[in-house]
Design a protein. Sequence first.
Length: 112
Amino acid sequence: MTKQTTSTLTKADLIEEVLNVTELPRKESETIVETIFESIIAALQKGEKIEIRGFGSFRTRERRGRMGRNPKTGEKVEVPAKKIPYFKPSKELKDFVNNATAHTAAGDSQNS
């Protein structure tokens, strides 16, 4: 079995990408990225669905309450119902991920 190394794209990386593509000042690039995240969070808090064509959709799912167990004491504990965020990728995103080299080459040829 081969060990797969992956890197992580952070919010700072996204801000840097906006900065490079738009050539806006760093503060404005930060505001753009923060506004997108804040808008998604606010919509999810209101129970709204967010749909981004070609990327995917965000929504919340209801998780039922249940009886759990305290791992230290073994005591039964009631775990309350809660909402959890859920992301469903679009078919296009799945295709891009599975054909990453083809997508990168296509993106490069469009930018030339």
